[in-house]
Design a protein around this ligand. Structure first.
Ligand code: FMN
Length: 183
């Protein structure tokens, strides 16, 4: 099973990216193969239909999405929504990249919760014909949430993340028809 994780911040050392990498670790521990696209590293030009040829970075994103059996999308909460970087990346995708695949939405907010971004993300996924995981992950007070080792400092937060990841993997297995350790 191949899982593509997209870290949707354009900021290096973003907490949403730390969260993405932590979830990636949990997926690997369950036997999944992962690919992480960090939008702070794989920068994409603003999407336009006027550009006939795909930028190489956009091609890399599209190829990773095609290969993926499921996706994890991570965003910082920006003005009650998702980051511009993640929205721009998702504009490069088409239903053919996402249709019928399990998608887990996760966010990191400066305030206590980041529910608006998660709702907006799930709306976009629905329009790309992906299957939203019934669980999602919102990390509050992002800048204090992780220790130096990249793990959430709070045991309850760790438990919630593990529960959501398990739920996501069950859904991805059902939808893809692949066992978690199969690629
Ligand atoms: C442009 C911008 C808008 C933001 N809007 C919100 C917001 O609406 N609600 C909130 O809780 N935090 C907001 N924040 C704070 C971020 O969510 C916070 O820094 C969080 O840790 C996620 O960002 P990171 O992944 O870059 O660390 C905003 C930050 C920026 C830079």
């Amino acid at each position: 099973m191949n899982i593509l994780l997209i870290a949707g911040s354009s900021r290096s050392a973003a907490t949403s990216t730390i969260l993405t990498r932590y979830i990636g670790q949990k997926l690997q521990e369950q036997g999944a193969a992962i690919e992480v696209i960090d939008l702070a590293e794989l920068t994409l030009p603003i999407f336009t239909l006027d550009q006939p040829d795909l930028h190489p970075n956009a091609r890399k994103l599209a190829e990773a999405a095609v290969k993926a059996d499921g996706l994890v999308l991570a965003t910082p909460e920006y003005h009650g929504s998702i980051s511009g970087a993640l929205k721009n990346a998702l504009d490069y995708l088409q239903p053919a990249h996402v249709t019928g695949k399990a998608v887990l939405s996760v966010s990191s907010a400066g305030g206590p919760v980041g529910i608006s971004s998660l709702q907006h993300l799930q709306t976009i996924i629905r329009n790309l014909h992906g299957i939203n995981c019934a669980e999602w992950i919102s990390i509050g007070y992002g800048s204090n949430a992780f220790g130096a080792d990249g793990s959430p400092v709070d045991a309850g937060t760790r438990q919630r993340i593990h529960g959501a990841v398990n739920h996501f993997m069950e859904l991805a297995e059902k939808l893809s028809g692949k066992a978690v350790s199969a690629s």
